[in-house]
Structure formats: structure tokens, C-alpha cells
Design a binder for this molecule. Sequence first.
Ligand SMILES: [Zn+2]
Length: 304
Amino acid sequence: MSSYKREHLDAIASMEDMHSHKEQIDRQKRARETKCTPLSVDKENRKGTFRSSRGKPYSTNVISEFTYNCTCKDFGMRGLPCKHIYRLWHEFDIFSLDKIQSHEIEISEAETFNVELKIDFSMKTLEVLAKFGFFSLDEIGYEFEPIDAGFDPIFLKELSETEQKELYDLLNLWINRSAANEWVYEKGEVNCQKLIDCGFLEIIDMPEKLLKMKNISELRVPLKEAGLKGFPTKESVIQALLKLNPNAADDMKQQYIVVRFQTKWEEIRGKIRTYLKNKLPRKEKEILPGDMGEREESWAHFIS
Ligand SMILES: [Zn+2]
């Protein structure tokens, strides 16, 4: 697995021939692939552009073997030649990609992302991390493409960017963090309302979810008044409370609603999420392989 630690990268950079390091060879191999064909090449000014799954093409400059840069994520994180730089060097006869041995192994992994990746086994760990949503493979220069390239979710076109962000965050939580498919919103919250109107979310009657937002001592008051004792957990308090008074959450229902995704979305939720991930602008904060504990910032407006 590639490491992004400064010392590790410095060690590669100070090698007598950094291009012989396996992580660099790996990028040279990918530089030869058809999908790494430049969109444009400006030989005179020694620059070129490459397709990016984010929309805006990467632009790459290779003044010499020693002066180069690229706007892709891989270069941004490592500061060492990325596949785009190798490809341009090759195009400009600065560095030849003809002699690299090719022993790629094809791994077909369609379970979560519906993607087909051509990667080395050394990338297996990164792939697993990516599957769990810590970062996407294209951020480190490994692009993935949906097998179903014709996936054109017309139903998303009805949503504004803000509503799509809301949808993305909910899907992400639902898929990645095994969050239950239940969300509390303030009544009349606009993004939520639109997702209901478009048939993504449906309102459910779930007083226990609403009561969970109150603190346990407040929930215990009616039980104490009724002489009931001995409920150690919040869940048990809520259950007892609802038995005592099925309308215990009615005051909260004035202010909040509980929603969930309609079950029909479960089958293609991963596909929609991948689509939105590629389409929506990136968030400010980035999750690197080293910061797995950090949480991504959220766009979402749900309360609990
Ligand atoms: Zn690059």
C-alpha cells in the first residue's frame, strides 16, 4: 500500500533512481493505459491535460525531468511523478514507458461500487479502505468507473445541488456507517421535504426515535410519578414510557418528523452514491489514509 508519510516520500525522492521504486513503477504502468491518454498535448509549452472523473481536467506541466507538476490528487499528496507526468514525459521523449514489465492482475469487485478495477495485489488494502468510504480510489490516482456507464439517474435531475448533497450524506451514512435508516428532521425542513416529494424518503411513525432525543432524566419523570422504577437503559425507559402513555412523544411530533428511505432504493443506493460522489463538488476537508478516525464534514440537515 502506498504511504503518504513525509519521510517515506522523501526517501523515494532521494533515491538514485526514484523511477525504479515499486510505487513509481506502478504509476508508470498506469500511464500506459488507454484511459490515461491525454486529452490535449502542447509539445511546445510542454504541457497537457487529462481526463478526470471530477469533471475539470487535470493539467500537467513537464518542463524537464526535474521540473514538473500536475493538478491531480496523487501529485498533490505525494509531490512525486504521477501517472500523468510519466505519460507526458513519454510523449515528449523524456522518459520511456516501453520497457516496463506488465504483470497486472485483474480483480473484479462489483459488490459495493459496481466497478471493475485493474490493480496490483499490493493495492488490495487501499481498495478495501476505499470500499468502506474512507476515500475514493480516484483521489489517489486509481480511477474507477461504474460498469453501468449508461446509469443516468433522471430522477436526480429534479433535485437542486443542496438537495443532492443532502441525499448524498444520508446515503453515505446509511451505507458506510451502518446507521439505521431512520432520520429525524425539523418539520418543514426544505431538503427533507423535497426528498419526500420525490419519493426518496417516507415519513414513519416512530415515537421511540423522537423520545431518544430527550435526556434520560427527563424521560424518567412520568415513570417516577407513576411509581415505576428499575429501567437501567434509555431504551428500557422509552419502552416503559410508551407503554404507560402511547402519546408520550406527541409534543415532539409537533416539531419533528421521522423519515426513512423507501425500500426500493436499497438495491441501487451504492450506485446513486457513487454517481453523486463524482458529480458533487468536493468538500473542503479531505480524508487521507492516515486519518481514518476523522469524520467527514457533513452537508446534511437531519437532527438525529
Ligand atoms: Zn497527475
